[in-house]
Design a protein around this ligand. Structure first.
Ligand code: FAD
Length: 175
């Protein structure tokens, strides 16, 4: 029996929002220097991420009363105080920039009358900071990230490939 071996510099396991965003970042930072394999057990646009409807939270308008501290508090409280607070703080600080990056990459955010990005209330948040795209936020974020990825070379999709195991030898990931 012949066993085919496929090699990449980096494997991204999962092609939802987390996986696609990671793949885009690798390509932005390293371009053609690293080639990437993206594995998903489902077709690209069938990851759960496409289902998100409500919105993506970020502090966009601190001058109107929102704050990073309030966003962090809502998130930690929403986790029953089980969340890693350093990780929460890192995400909360990153999110305003992420929303604007997605905007620059073509994300069709819903808008206020004056053209600025709109936000609305969402479960667990004490301030209306859910940045939405009507009721298709996850679907449109996935499309935006995938369109961004298409600008780069040297990456490959493995749709409907099911990962069953990792091979680790002496603490080193082998495949
Ligand atoms: C109906 C619904 C509505 C939601 N609404 C919101 C909302 O409004 N706002 C919000 O912030 N969040 C919302 N969420 C939650 C949010 O969508 C998820 O937390 C987020 O999308 C998770 O992204 P992810 O990339 O980590 O995971 P996923 O999108 O689930 O991606 C996981 C990836 O891993 C792959 N994978 C897993 N196991 C294997 C394996 N063994 N082999 C190969 N591939 C594998 C899958 O194929 C997939 O590509 C909602 C979730 C749902 C289901």
């Amino acid at each position: 029996m012949t066993v085919e071996t496929i090699t990449h510099d980096i494997i991204v396991l999962g092609a939802g929002l987390a996986g696609l965003r990671a793949a885009v970042e690798i390509k932005r930072k390293y371009g053609d220097k690293l080639d990437v394999g993206i594995i998903s057990k489902v077709h690209l646009m069938r990851s759960h991420s496409v289902s998100a409807e409500g919105g993506t939270s970020a502090v966009l308008y601190p001058e109107e009363g929102d704050s990073l501290a309030l966003h962090a508090w809502d998130t930690i409280k929403g986790s029953d105080f089980l969340a890693d607070q350093d990780a929460v703080w890192m995400f909360v600080k990153l999110m305003p920039e992420e929303i604007l990056l997605l905007d620059h990459w073509g994300m069709p955010w819903s808008r206020r009358e004056d053209g600025r990005i709109a936000q609305r209330p969402f479960g667990g948040h004490s301030y209306p900071r859910a940045t939405m795209s009507t009721d298709k936020v996850g679907h449109n974020e996935m499309r935006t990230l995938y369109n961004k990825l298409l600008q780069y070379d040297k990456w490959e999709r493995y749709d409907e490939w099911f990962v069953t195991n990792f091979v680790v030898e002496n603490g080193i990931y082998k495949g």
